[in-house]
Design a protein around this ligand. Structure first.
Ligand code: ZN
Length: 235
């Protein structure tokens, strides 16, 4: 809640003008600067999500989803041991980008809508634009995984990162466990950011935010697994 300094009326936390007298409450953020927000997400996620809520345009939302789509495709190729089906790493690389970009763009409205729908059921402040901002910027750790962890995985294991024969864990066990552990930690961090973003953005309780975030992840994980399984049957 934010109180009007002129008439003392209580206004919504993200209002820019007073609903009663029209007095000035706070500045609207016209645009989001990508690196500024990403850094704030790492440093102080609550403040970062507040800034995202006040932003007129949820800049870079589709871009963050696109990069995450590419990360998801690499994860799918890893999970389904795609390396046993194709001969070279360049093809995996090419396919991950080729399929990952449209996948990420498609996931943007899908995941935002699921988040919006659940937030609407469990809260009342929800809007599609807010869900778009919350879900996209919560993907920051996934983007970090793509840009910083994946290159190390590819340089360390090459093609064998995606094979079952031989399993990559037998080649360099410690590196493998560390890298996969790091990826798991980054995914958990993304989920935690979604919880924080949902709580701050939709102004609802922690438990409702945990429930919404878990359901969003559950739906997406199920969809991506089922989609991967279905697509591989066609190969
Ligand atoms: Zn007022």
């Amino acid at each position: 809640m934010i109180n009007c300094s002129v008439c003392q009326t209580e206004n919504d936390q993200y209002s820019t003008i007073c609903k009663k007298c029209g007095g000035f409450l706070q500045n609207r953020v016209p645009n989001l600067d990508l690196f500024d927000v990403l850094w704030k997400i790492i440093e102080n996620p609550r403040n970062a999500f507040r800034m995202i809520m006040l932003a007129e345009h949820k800049n870079y939302a589709v871009f963050l989803y696109t990069l995450s789509g590419i990360a998801i495709m690499f994860a799918e190729f890893w999970h389904f041991k795609f390396g046993d089906r194709v001969e070279n790493i360049l093809l995996i690389f090419f396919l991950a980008i080729l399929i990952g970009i449209p996948l990420g763009i498609a996931l943007c409205p899908i995941a935002s809508s699921i988040h919006w729908g659940l937030s609407k059921i469990l809260g009342n402040k929800a809007s599609f634009r807010n869900s778009l901002g919350i879900t996209s910027y919560s993907l920051t750790p996934i983007v970090i995984s793509l840009l910083f962890v994946l290159p190390v995985e590819l340089l360390t294991f090459g093609m064998y990162f995606f094979t079952f024969n031989p399993p990559p864990i037998t080649i360099k066990p410690i590196s493998y466990i560390l890298l996969i552990g790091l990826d798991i930690a980054l995914i958990i961090w993304a989920w935690v950011l979604l919880v924080i973003g949902t709580k701050v953005g939709n102004q609802i309780s922690l438990w409702k935010s945990i429930l919404i975030s878990s359901l969003v992840y559950g739906f997406l994980l199920f969809g991506l697994m089922a989609g991967g399984e279905f697509t591989l049957k066609m190969f």
